[in-house]
Design a protein around this ligand. Structure first.
Ligand SMILES: Cc1cc2nc3c(=O)[nH]c(=O)nc-3n(C[C@H](O)[C@H](O)[C@H](O)COP(=O)(O)O)c2cc1C
Length: 222
């Protein structure tokens, strides 16, 4: 059967598909292992053509009943971005920061602080990821929306763009609804800044998978 330790090798040898190559598969894992939150951006525009690719990846995601309940609003207008930045800062200053002080590592707290004080709103593009509740239920909002948002984040990373998943402003239903002219059935679930990173981010810090994987039953070591 040969060496099947590399899945792409196995596919190439045995399935004879044309579209999986070792390069493609390694590149996917590179992107996954590099994706992380960017909260400071260069003052340089991002072309619609790049956003098309990012949004095309987002909308390939699975969703409950294939309802595709997402609506993405691309916000470039500086005043609208500033308004969203104000909502973020309001939430951060009225309790969220205090809660996070005890929980976040100092470097992360500093980074989030900088993001809330204009770093995120300073991205040239904010994407409001919205759910249309006519195409999802309360219980499937997260499970139908966050696969699309994760695809979006990975696609941005693959293109060299910075991005970040943020939810802090999403409790402001009314101001966001008015700002973005949302119909009653549509609700913002995340605000994702997109732009060129102001500095290299380095790899994300994560526990190894083995620390959170169980063989057969909980506690079985992997
Ligand atoms: C559900 C969710 C909500 C988040 N909300 C915010 C947010 O409001 N503001 C923010 O700066 N980062 C937010 N983040 C980003 C996390 O802080 C980030 O993913 C985590 O600290 C890991 O950091 P890294 O991507 O730099 O490795 C959120 C992440 C998730 C998954």
């Amino acid at each position: 059967m040969g060496d099947v330790s590399q899945p792409a090798d196995y596919v190439c040898q045995h399935v004879r598909t044309r579209w999986v190559s070792r390069t493609m598969s390694e590149r996917f894992f590179d992107v996954v292992h590099r994706q992380r939150a960017c909260r400071q951006y260069l003052d340089q525009p991002v072309a619609d053509a790049l956003l098309d690719r990012v949004l095309s990846a987002a909308t390939q995601a699975p969703s409950g009943e294939n309802g595709q309940p997402w609506e993405f609003i691309v916000i470039r207008e500086p005043q609208a971005r500033a308004k969203i930045g104000e909502l973020m800062l309001r939430a951060w200053s009225s309790g969220a920061r205090q809660w996070s002080e005890q929980r976040l590592a100092p470097a992360l707290l500093d980074d989030v602080d900088a993001g809330m004080h204009g770093g995120i709103a300073g991205a040239p593009v904010l994407i409001a990821a919205c759910v249309d509740l006519d195409r999802a239920t309360e219980s499937t909002i997260g499970s139908s929306m966050f696969p699309a948002i994760q695809n979006l984040l990975l696609a941005a990373t693959a293109l060299g763009l910075g991005s970040a998943l943020t939810t802090i402003a999403t409790s402001f239903h009314e101001p966001l609804g008015a700002l973005l002219a949302l119909p009653d059935s549509v609700r913002v679930v995340a605000i994702i800044p997109i732009g060129w990173p102001a500095r290299a981010l380095g790899p994300p810090r994560r526990d190894p998978a083995s620390a959170h994987t169980h063989r057969e039953t909980y506690g079985g070591s992997w």
